[in-house]
Design a protein around this ligand. Structure first.
Ligand SMILES: Nc1ncnc2c1ncn2[C@@H]1O[C@H](COP(=O)(O)OP(=O)(O)O)[C@@H](O)[C@H]1O
Ligand SMILES: [Mg+2]
Length: 249
């Protein structure tokens, strides 16, 4: 795996997929789930990934997040070419990415404060004692959980739990954030907080967000909407895509 800390001129991107095709089965008569996908994610952009259920959105996101190995084409993420990367290189890369899933994946034994402190340990070299005390409090306050920092996840609402998951994904300030239907089952208040927090990461510190959503009302938040259909990418400016989707649900 090649490391490139300073992007070459004209090659400034957070992720780039070229000609990526993916099959879950060897049967060549079945069309691939992803068919020769090209996708580039630039710094400081929020890209929404949309498309019908089963169109390959989650599969594509797991390839960008190095949660799954690509079968063909090339995948480059945060300056690293994933061709032939070792497991430990992939693990290191995943630590640089903020993941948010539809299902929050919190440990029930950990309070929100403990959850965030554990996340900070992935980047322990950056932090001192003071950070472990202050930073989780700041982040939980930011997502509206100042009164619930020591609660068990089970006692939180779905929306509050997802807000913990958002804070967990962002606390180390990753340059790349991948969110798979983060607001799908949330109340409007929690969804608003989650989306504002993601948007702020993009605007405030040039993070790149790739977010899967079915909700066309959210398309206006994005700099770009990428639609998947029959395993292929169709790009359109956010506004145009929102209009098309709302008139043709
Ligand atoms: N682990 C898997 N093994 C086999 N088939 C899968 C697996 N994951 C997804 N698929 C299939 O791949 C297609 C795309 O799935 P997915 O990427 O989850 O789509 P989306 O997120 O757009 O709903 C679907 O037909 C799904 O059934
Ligand atoms: Mg999915």
């Amino acid at each position: 795996m090649s490391e490139r800390t300073i992007p070459l001129p004209g090659k400034v991107w957070r992720a780039q997929l070229r000609g990526v095709t993916h099959r879950y089965h060897d049967d060549a008569s079945v069309p691939p789930v992803l068919d020769a996908i090209d996708l580039t994610l630039a710094p400081g952009e929020m890209v929404i990934l949309s498309g019908p259920t089963g169109s390959g959105k989650t599969t594509l996101m797991t390839l960008v997040g190095a949660l799954r190995r690509h079968q063909s084409g090339s995948v480059e993420v945060l300056g690293r070419n994933l061709e032939g990367a070792s497991e430990s290189q992939l693990t290191a890369l995943r630590r640089d990415i903020g993941f948010i899933f539809q299902d929050h994946h919190l440990f029930d034994a950990l309070t929100p404060l403990e959850t965030l402190r554990l996340a900070m340990q992935l980047k322990a070299e950056r932090y001192g004692k003071h950070d472990y005390r202050e930073r989780p409090v700041e982040w939980l306050t930011r997502v509206g959980l100042e009164g619930r920092m020591n609660a068990r996840p089970r006692s939180l609402s779905t929306g509050q739990r997802q807000c913990v998951a958002v804070a967990r994904a962002l606390i180390n300030e990753p340059q790349l954030i991948l969110a798979d239907e983060p607001t799908a089952s949330l109340d409007a208040v929690s969804a608003g907080i989650a989306l504002d927090t993601l948007r702020e990461a993009v605007r405030g510190r040039d993070a790149t967000v790739l977010m899967i959503t079915h909700d066309s009302r959210q398309f206006a938040l994005a700099d770009r909407v990428v639609s998947l259909l029959d395993g292929r990418v169709q790009s359109a400016p956010a506004a145009a895509a929102a209009i098309r989707h709302s008139s043709n649900p």
